[in-house]
Design a protein around this ligand. Structure first.
Ligand code: KG4
Ligand code: ZN
Length: 333
């Protein structure tokens, strides 16, 4: 089965081809238009998707060396995401399916982050996924393919959102997660103890207080500018520790609760080097197998949509042409 995957939920227009021989192409057109606004502007995102989607899909087919005639199904992100952006991908996919008489597969973006681990690996079921992105932070018990139980999630900000908002306070460009990661490598994670919220709750997270505490920590200083110049990397390292310690602690709780022997990381924040290191240490201590997608498959991409579409196609999980996008996860099930 040859699957064309299309992703347009936020600010990356992406297309990929996945076949029985694995991933054949993975093309991403990132939207630079948002940089000057310090965040994604939804209307600009949909327009940029509209402009680039055809060329992106074309390129993914060319790089795979597979013509549209040999595609067996089109998988597309149905949600969660920005409504206007999702609509562009969904309408494009439906157009292709209608004109070529192909089946359509609506993919849940958060599921796809999890199944990105199957591009290079073969995690054993059941497993627990720590899915950490810009919009979501979840612990998911994956009992079998597409058989998921949500153990817990964030009550307010997502982990990626915390990185981005704290980065903004520190004067770093958007998205700040990768910038904080880079800076943190030079810093001392023990420089300051930022609060780690909800440690008494097993599976739920809260990150909005951390952002506020960084804000007050800097606001109270008269030497703020020079302090930041001297200690930016220490603050980045301390913030990273506060976030990753909580994430890894709750992943550990999930392992104990479910008794799984396999864990996976998923989503944009799984690109974070401190999280990757700590999760590896924890998995070793717990004698668990850990899977983490390679960096290109952590942040938004279409390879994860194509591989998930492939797995759904194998199980006849097709959608009809009335498939509608959803902005939030709660509307999805
Ligand atoms: O999964 P993703 O690409 O998009 C969503 O589905 O939200 O995740 C994007 C998030 C952003 O908040 C970004 O700052 C964060 O992932 N991120 C990172 C790193 N790379 C991306 N956060 C920390 N460290 C990184 N290396
Ligand atoms: Zn994502």
């Amino acid at each position: 089965m040859n699957i064309l995957g299309i992703e347009s939920s936020c600010d990356e227009t992406a297309a990929a081809v996945y076949t029985a021989d694995g991933l054949q192409s993975n093309v991403i057109a990132s939207q630079a238009v948002h940089e000057r606004y310090g965040g994604v502007v939804p209307e600009l995102a949909s327009r940029a998707h509209h402009k680039t989607i055809q060329a992106t899909v074309q390129q993914s087919l060319e790089e795979a060396g597979i013509s549209l005639d040999r595609i067996d199904a089109v998988a597309v992100t149905q949600g969660p995401g920005l409504m206007g952006s999702l609509l562009v991908g969904l309408c494009f996919a439906k157009g292709l399916c209608l004109s070529r008489d192909l089946p359509l597969i609506g993919v849940n973006h958060m599921d796809a982050h999890i199944y990105a681990n199957f591009i290079d690996g073969e995690p054993e079921y059941p497993f627990v996924s720590l899915t950490v992105s810009g919009g979501h932070t979840q612990l998911v018990h994956v009992r079998g393919p597409f058989d998921h139980i949500l153990l817990g999630q964030t009550r307010d900000d997502a982990a990626g959102e915390a990185f981005d908002k704290i980065g903004k306070i520190l004067g770093l460009p958007y998205p700040a997660g990768p910038e904080i990661d880079k800076c943190a490598k030079e810093g001392n994670p023990q420089f300051h103890d930022f609060p780690q919220a909800m440690l008494d709750n097993k599976f739920e997270f809260s990150f909005s207080g951390l952002k506020t505490s960084v804000k007050y920590y800097l606001e109270d200083r008269e030497d703020r500018a020079s302090f930041l110049t001297d200690h930016l990397s220490d603050i980045c390292a301390s913030v990273s520790r506060a976030i990753t310690d909580v994430l890894v602690k709750k992943l550990e709780n999930a392992i104990e609760h479910t008794g799984v022997r396999t864990v996976v990381l998923a989503g944009g924040v799984s690109a974070n080097s401190m999280l990757r290191t700590r999760a590896r240490e924890m998995a070793r201590e717990k004698d668990c197998r850990l899977y983490i997608p390679r960096l290109a498959y952590c942040t938004d991409n279409a390879a994860m949509i194509a591989v998930t579409g492939y797995m759904m196609g194998q199980r006849q999980m097709y959608s009809d042409m009335n498939l509608k996008p959803y902005a939030n996860l709660t509307e999805s099930r």
